[in-house]
Design a protein around this ligand. Structure first.
Ligand code: TXA
Ligand code: MG
Length: 333
């Protein structure tokens, strides 16, 4: 379908496409976003595939208003104060996920937090209302290229990897949103943007620090490494299992045996998950963080992961697994 101008008809189509799990690029006042239904793990996985991101960075989830934000994250008084001053607008807040949060864990990249934003752009507002689901959207460009501020940039960077591009002229801000982390002890700006730390600190009545780290990478990779790591030690490329190991499978487990007798397929429910029985990397990406969490229970001393092909989304899956291995070794030592 490609590039279409925004009007009542195309907005209706775009909303339906999002609900069907398709990718829709859309304008916001900051930059164009590459949107997918945030509650649909496979649709979210497709975002990483389209951008060619070799890593699962957490994504911003877009909602039409504070009420919708409140359904997915825990909003305390600080979050409310910031939201009522700056939303809708070019500001993203990192907040704890609600326990009943319907957003795919792939959006959080395994973190207990979620980035949420209410964009001000009229067309973004209209699309979010039409879609009726929270919309995960990174900037609509291929990984490693600059963020797009015109529909032509999006088309040039992503082309036919996106199902629809809603075109509405250049973005007025032209710079990605300010990312404010309110999930820790102190409020911290992780990415600078049109709304400054000084403005936020006036609203909160306390100092707000900047902590940029690596642009486009979440704060303090060391800290994240631990977040991503299950507490059970993890091993990759397993071809058989030790008796105390749980299995994170990929594809057929027919020939997987447990040392000392038994077959992997007969493991108790807490000890086996299959990322994708069909060997589909998109499905595997969508299941990764949830299944790691489900296997990381006290009954399982260790987790063995079957080989996952190192191509397409497999590159990002293996990157995450290697970090989990490193994280669990760090914990052991
Ligand atoms: O202006 C924008 O923010 C655009 C439009 C489309 O909304 N979106 C955007 O998304 O720039 P993206 O994915 O390119 O950047 C998201 C930033 C990244 O730096 C990411 O690490 C950070 O937000 N982020 C997302 N979730 C996070 C989390 N749970 N904890 C820490 N950082 C997070
Ligand atoms: Mg970006």
């Amino acid at each position: 379908m490609g590039l279409v101008t925004v009007n009542d008809r195309t907005l209706l189509q775009a909303g339906a496409m999002l609900r069907e799990g398709k990718l829709v690029a859309f304008p916001t006042e900051t930059v164009y976003g590459l949107g997918a239904d945030a509650t649909n793990g496979q649709a979210v996985a497709r975002i990483f595939e389209a951008k060619g991101r070799p890593q699962f960075n957490p994504l911003i989830v877009h909602v039409p208003d504070v009420k919708a934000a409140e359904e997915i994250v825990e909003m305390d008084d600080h979050a409310w104060a910031v939201a009522s001053t700056f939303w809708p607008g070019p500001l993203t807040m990192i907040l704890p996920r609600r326990t009943d949060c319907p957003v795919s864990e792939l959006c959080s990249a395994g973190l207990p937090t979620l980035a949420v934003r209410v964009p001000a752009h009229k067309m973004a507002q209209a699309l979010l209302k039409e879609a009726g689901v929270p919309v995960a959207a990174p900037s609509a460009n291929a990984s490693g290229t600059i963020s797009p501020t015109t529909p032509a940039h999006v088309a040039g960077s992503l082309g036919d990897k996106v199902d629809m591009i809603l075109a509405a002229g250049p973005c007025s801000v032209g710079l990605e949103s300010t990312v404010l982390d309110l999930s820790g002890e102190e409020p911290v700006v992780l990415r600078p943007g049109a709304i400054t730390a000084e403005e936020i600190s006036e609203v909160l009545g306390r100092p707000v620090a900047y902590d940029f780290g690596d642009h486009d990478k979440p704060k303090s990779p060391g800290q994240l490494l631990r977040h991503y790591a299950p507490s059970a030690p993890l091993r990759m490329n397993a071809v058989d299992l030790a008796p105390d190991e749980a299995l994170l499978a990929f594809g057929s487990v027919k020939f997987m045996g447990v040392k000392g007798g038994g077959a992997a397929k007969d493991l108790p429910d807490h000890a086996i998950r299959n990322l994708s029985e069909e060997g589909d990397l998109n499905e595997a990406a969508a299941n990764l963080f949830r299944m790691l969490r489900e296997l990381d229970v006290p009954e399982n001393r260790k987790i063995a992961v079957m080989n996952i092909p190192d191509s397409g989304l497999g590159i990002a899956i293996n990157d995450r697994l290697r970090r989990a291995v490193a994280g669990s070794q760090e914990k052991e030592s």
